[in-house]
Design a protein around this ligand. Structure first.
Ligand SMILES: Nc1ncnc2c1ncn2[C@@H]1O[C@H](COP(=O)(O)OP(=O)(O)OP(=O)(O)O)[C@@H](O)[C@H]1O
Ligand SMILES: [Mg+2]
Length: 371
């Protein structure tokens, strides 16, 4: 017979080595929600040793996520465990990852602790999600494009008929036909925006910073509040094969949104960098130019985040919800990718433009180059 204490000792040693072997990252918090233990997988995920993480408040690691102190306190009192997926953990500007987090309460030395298990949502899943969202966007775009096309034809006839009719009417009856013509023009304008950019890109090697400076100049007219536009350029960027007008328009739409969302105490930063080993719609790209448009405003309303790039999705009462969809189309015409992440205080739109060996105007263009 083995003694109880011997079994207990063995159990502890197995538990210890099990925690060390786990692929899942494990974090244990004390009653004050400070870290008291991390296993090697968590050290690797957070890129810090247990010595540096010891006593760090959970709020520091899980800032701006749903894993907040009130919820963890409640877990300690009620014991009800929970799992949240898609938790974006941002430890610094360069270290961000998405994880599924399960929180449960455990007892150590007769005191309740919080046990957090973190599973990093692997890159492959992120890529297939991106591809899925891109296909959804293509489907929504085609549907709206078809609809807009059907509306456009009769609108022309309607306007023409009202114009002819106005010639038959007395002056005091003209207001009716004028109204028809005005509203038909308003609709035509909307439908034209729905149909989106319909010219093929004129590709040339361009200096991105010249384009961004032009954007700053152009938006200064809509920037009545005189919001501060900061530049953080990488001067070593090579010229990029692109259509200056189209890229300019894509960036303007994004900057204008930021201007509309923020006020004078906030800033917008235009940042350029070289990026390597990125994925664009499921394809691996070795080198790309990255343009980021960052603001420290209130963030994108969460209810529109999943469908943000779809046409007609807007969070503003007077918005048509076409700006970002058009930007997406324009960036796709460059074989690039537009993405974003947003939380209160930090919204970042990122444009990736691949640096290709083959000139873009010799590469096949993506299908359906109008919205
Ligand atoms: N930087 C940002 N901060 C906060 N919310 C934003 C930001 N950028 C976009 N949004 C939200 O995304 C929505 C969609 O933007 P989008 O440009 O597609 O349409 P819109 O601005 O509403 O209308 P349109 O551009 O057609 O006039 C906006 O209505 C706004 O709610
Ligand atoms: Mg807009």
């Amino acid at each position: 017979m083995h003694s109880r204490s011997h079994i207990q000792e063995q159990k502890l040693s197995y538990q210890q080595s099990l925690a060390n072997q786990l692929v899942t990252a494990v974090i244990i918090l004390n009653k004050k929600l400070a870290i008291v233990y991390v296993n090697p997988a968590a050290e690797a995920l957070l890129n810090k040793s247990i010595y540096r993480l010891y006593n760090t408040a959970s709020d520091v690691i899980f800032a701006n996520t749903s894993i907040n102190s009130p919820r963890l306190q409640q877990l300690l009192t009620s014991g009800q465990e929970f799992t949240d997926s898609d938790i974006v953990i941002e430890l610094n500007e360069h270290h961000r990852f998405t994880a599924e987090v399960t929180a449960s309460s455990v007892e150590f030395n007769k005191t309740p602790h919080v046990l957090l298990e973190l599973k990093q949502i692997d890159q492959q899943k992120q890529i297939s999600l991106e591809v899925f969202q891109y296909q959804q966007w293509l489907a929504a775009r085609d549907l709206i494009k078809g609809l807009a096309h059907e509306i456009k034809n009769p609108l022309g006839g309607l306007r023409g008929a009202a114009q002819l009719l106005s010639k038959e009417l007395n002056n005091d009856q003209l207001e009716y036909t004028t109204m028809i013509i005005e509203q038909a023009d308003r609709l035509t304008n909307l439908v034209d925006r729905l149909l989106g950019p319909n010219q093929l890109p004129q590709i040339q090697a361009q200096n991105i910073h010249v384009i961004l400076e032009k954007v700053c100049q152009l938006v200064s007219y809509s920037n009545e509040q005189k919001i501060n536009l900061l530049r953080d350029y990488d001067p070593s960027l090579p010229p990029v094969e692109c259509d200056q007008e189209k890229l300019q328009q894509a960036v303007i739409n994004i900057v204008n949104n930021a201007i509309q969302a923020i006020d004078k105490k906030n800033t917008i930063t235009l940042r350029t960098r070289i990026a390597s080993n990125k994925t664009i719609h499921g394809k691996r790209i070795k080198l790309a130019v990255q343009i980021s448009i960052i603001d420290n405003g209130p963030g994108i309303p969460s209810k529109i985040q999943d469908t943000l790039f779809y046409p007609m999705v807007s969070g503003r009462s007077n918005g048509t919800g076409l700006g970002l969809s058009i930007s997406q189309t324009l960036i796709n015409q460059h074989h690039g990718k537009l993405s974003y992440h947003s939380r209160p205080g930090h919204t970042e739109f990122t444009i990736l433009l691949p640096l290709t060996q083959q000139p873009l105007n010799q590469a096949p263009l993506p299908q359906g180059n109008i919205l």
